[in-house]
Ligand binder design. Sequence first.
Ligand SMILES: Cc1ncc(COP(=O)(O)O)c(C=O)c1O
Length: 401
Amino acid sequence: MARTQKSPRKEVSRPVWAEVSLSALAQNLQAIRKYVNPPEEKRKTARKILSIVKGNGYGHGGPEVALVLEKAGSDWFGVTCTDEGIAVRKAGVRKPILILTSFVPGEETRLVKHDLTAVIHRCEQLAVLERAAARHGKKRVPFHLKIDTGMNRLGIATSDIECFARQLAKCKHLQLTGIFSHFASSEVFTDTAVGQQTREQEERFYAALDRLRALGVDPGIVHLANSAAIVTRPETWADMVRPGAILYGYHPGYDPAEKREEAEARLPVKPVMSLRSRIISMRSVPAGAGVGYNSTFVPQRPSRIGVLAAGYGDGIHRSLGNRGNVLLRGKLAPIVGIISMDVTMIDVTDIEDAAIGDVATIYGTDGNQQLLANFVARSVGTVTSDLLCAVSQRVPRLYVR
Ligand SMILES: Cc1ncc(COP(=O)(O)O)c(C=O)c1O
């Protein structure tokens, strides 16, 4: 089926590529926007979308996907650091870019210079950003405040709100334009402490927000919700939502797992990336002969083994060895043996006519067949974003409509 698929570059090169469907991406954004702006709410202004394009756009190419998402109506972008933010700016994105993991001392100059929105997650960062803003002669350098509401990772403690407000009053060159927090467990709905955590985080966040307002500070845009919260917890939507995984076509792994069907029906999204390679060698292996490093696969019958031009150096999770499958000619072909850095072996004994040059889909869609990255991720005990982000730099991205 996918045998005739074109390779990504005009010049012939190693056949491994990540196909990125820009129409699926734009449709996912539109579906999210519609979902978080139900007409019955009658909001005066539409709830905003901050598209998370950090981690090289979850492996899809940060600047490329940001440009497409900006055209499709994304209001904001979220990256992790100034390097990622500058790359997105240089691609031509004009909308605000939030630097989610904040800045380290010295990095603040680049934030101001490249018109990136800083995140303050420690009170002492205010003075550093203020000095950078003054140095650049800027009057109102925007920033967002991150509150730690119980994840115990990044963000100012809720008890530091007064201290923050006092210090902010001394910063004449800064403007607070947003306030946010991040959920630790919004996909968990079990009757456990973790299942209660989102509700508690939300309560702490709104208490902090009230204190800030009572101190006369305008918090600007209020935002909280990641993918799971967007889909399943409308009460967290606030002024803006921050989709990552669902933008790229995957729901998070809900707990309990039965929640998935309901969530997918509420907000259907389409997988954006398909990781593909071709068979570059094929051999007949007799029963009892070992395949690959350490001979961890020993066929019980005479077998035909295809070799794909992609390995863990390209982003195929090494733990899929002797465990996973690829899609080939509309069928599942088991991955056999240990996955090498550059190649992966598949058993095509049961796939008639499988031949050198055939395209294998490691995950994604192939015609009307799908091998979804979330199932693949779960089978090796990880999350979808881990698989998507792992697609390495040497894999060309092929952007298709
Ligand atoms: C601050 C912040 N918001 C939103 C997201 C998006 O999360 P998800 O991929 O679950 O939508 C992330 C991703 O880790 C994040 O760090």
